[in-house]
Design a protein around this ligand. Sequence first.
Ligand code: COI
Length: 357
Amino acid sequence: MTLHSVLGNSEQNSESSVDVENCADMNWDELGFSPVPTDFMYVMKCAKGDEFSQGSLVPYGKIEFSPFATILNYGQGIFEGLKAYRTEDGRILLFRPEENARRMKIGADRLCMPSPSVDQFVTAVKQTAVANKRWVPPLGKGSLYIRPLLMGTGASLDVAPSPEYTLLIYCCPVTNYHKGSLNLKVESKFYRAISGTGGTGGIKSVTNYAPVYAATTAAKADGFSDVLFLDSATGKNIEEVAACNVFVVKGNSICTPETNGAILPGITRKSIIDIALDLGYQVMERAISVEEMLDADEVFCTGTAVVVNSVSSVTYKETRVEFKTGPETLSQKLRKTLVGIQTGCIEDTRGWTIRID
Ligand code: COI
């Protein structure tokens, strides 16, 4: 069976004929960014002081651990997010999984956890994606979001590293994280991360996410799509949106906050910098004040879940500034190139994709 579709602001922006024969029987047009149970998940355990070995696929389902587990009590946990894409001719591609493996190791070191080797991580992610391949959406309908979680699952009442760790990998078919372009509110009361290198803003600690809820819930109630956080040292420079990095464009130059310990070193962020440099843009990683952002030609966000999305407006205190959006923007050009590489529509000259089917 073939599906003929003209796609808007999805993970593919062109007309395509796609094979849906090998996909799960679900209404792919109704896909969102919410839990969909798949068939299998991957589990690998390790005692404190040991190394990870011998993980396996198990049927997707509930997990069990002690109420004393350090992930539950003290937030000893980090996660990753990466995606598998179906190509037009039915191949399945993973995007830069070794980058997630390396970032997980940095986060694990910070939270005193053992981590899987890059090889173990990539093998486990591949096995999870292959076992769930019927859940990789047809080209243009979304992607399979893969969520590796590394957590302290042993019992400890003491505020101390867990005696046992679990790498759990589950996955979920998803489409765009945000619906349409973003109207952001600059948050002046709450901060996402402590400035400088002493905090955990630069790793994907599970504890970095619930603290944004107060700001995002209030902003969404006021009609905003998300929140842009400022640095906690001066409250003057932009840092990050709740679940994605931010870029500003002025003329031929593109700037994004430097990864100074408080900013997540996003893999989409890094890929977009490389693509923009290749296209001849000047890219700078440096501090960006709110005022500089409000004076930009264009603002956009990047992330695995978000991909690349234009910002249509930013509201700071009483000032609302609108920005260019639509197919002619640089962000949409960058998005098209990135998604083209991820879905095998554009030649991958950098070896970013891994075929797994
Ligand atoms: C990702 O883009 O993978 C993220 O981690 C964002 C997520 C919190 C929705």
